[in-house]
Design a protein around this ligand. Structure first.
Ligand code: ADP
Ligand code: ZN
Length: 294
């Protein structure tokens, strides 16, 4: 089986071809430009490659309601040219195959549930802490869409007592993304995240914010695994800090084995590593093909 996969990021696009076992056989990557230029490169890549389906996990917000007139559109992004852009339509005009279409983080959650850290589980959360913060939700064996799609990167955390930073979210200022995404780290400390030493106070504050979101999501959704990915989570020292803070916040109330005695294997990095996004798109494509063949 040859399945196309697109990990459409706000900074870069990754396109690949893989099979139904989650193996990526070929890939290319290029910077995200305006929609026409970017889609031209995507279409050039897939032309002549005879894929049977294509899965797309994309930055958003996007319209994922199949009943909507603007299904398949990128909706309100501040990214120049992409607002109200018919991404899926542009693909469908070129390649008449079944499509999987979802947010980048829902795709990554699905990839992790299919082949990664949450394999065999019927629920997980996938957070990306990168240029922005996003959350993909997989529950009861399905991706959660709801009204629009989950936007858990913009929840409002309690402020760290030593943190006077105003936050950088254009909508909310000091929401989770405004306080803890890569650009917030950079603005607060005056250097990029990877330039801060592993013992820097920044990581305690970072973990304080991420842990609140995770603890809240554990209370609300009761996921069987929490996966933390994205560029900022390359700072591995964050994992023990976040686990300890989640434990402190929940304070023994959620009496699950996974949290009380094995939180190290409950809050984890992506099992698929840097392939989480692309494999997620592949899993969406595979599911679309299975649905079309039913
Ligand atoms: P994107 O979110 O654009 O898809 P990433 O997940 O790589 O891409 O996130 C990029 C953000 O993560 C940038 O703000 C960058 O400064 C930050 N970042 C990348 N690598 C690291 C690192 N090793 N340590 C801390 N921050 C990092
Ligand atoms: Zn926000």
């Amino acid at each position: 089986m040859r399945i196309g996969a697109i990990e459409a990021g706000g900074t870069k696009f990754v396109c690949g071809i893989g099979n139904e076992h989650g193996q990526i056989e070929d890939r290319v990557s290029f910077p995200t430009e305006g929609p026409e230029e970017t889609l031209r490169r995507v279409i050039d890549y897939f032309r002549g490659k005879s894929v049977e389906a294509i899965g797309i996990g994309t930055f958003g917000p996007i319209d994922i309601d199949p009943a909507s007139a603007t299904y398949g559109f990128v909706t309100t992004t501040p990214k120049p040219g992409w607002s109200n852009y018919d991404f899926l339509g542009a693909m469908k005009r070129e390649f008449d195959v079944p499509y999987g279409w979802d947010t980048d983080v829902n795709a990554a959650a699905f990839g992790e549930a299919t082949w990664g850290a949450a394999q065999g589980l019927d629920s997980c959360l996938y957070y990306t802490i990168g240029t922005g913060v996003g959350v993909g939700v997989y529950a009861e064996g399905k991706l959660v869409h709801g009204l629009v799609h989950p936007e858990g990167g913009h929840v409002l955390p309690r402020r760290h007592p030593d943190d006077a930073f105003a936050g950088v979210c254009p909508y909310h200022g000091d929401c989770l993304e405004g306080m803890a995404a890569g650009p917030a780290l950079e603005k607060r400390w005056g250097v990029k995240g990877h330039e801060l030493g592993v013992d820097h106070k920044a990581w305690e504050i970072e973990a304080f914010y991420i842990a609140q979101a995770v603890a809240g999501a554990v209370l609300l959704l009761s996921p069987k695994k929490v996966i933390l990915g994205g560029g900022v989570m390359k700072q591995e020292q964050l994992f023990p800090l976040i686990r300890a803070e989640v434990g402190r916040l929940l304070n023994g109330y959620v009496r699950a084995e996974a949290i009380v005695s094995s939180i190290d294997s409950y809050i984890v990095p992506p099992g698929l590593g840097d392939n989480a996004g692309l494999c997620g798109a592949l899993a969406l494509g595979r599911a679309a093909l299975a649905g079309a063949n039913r």
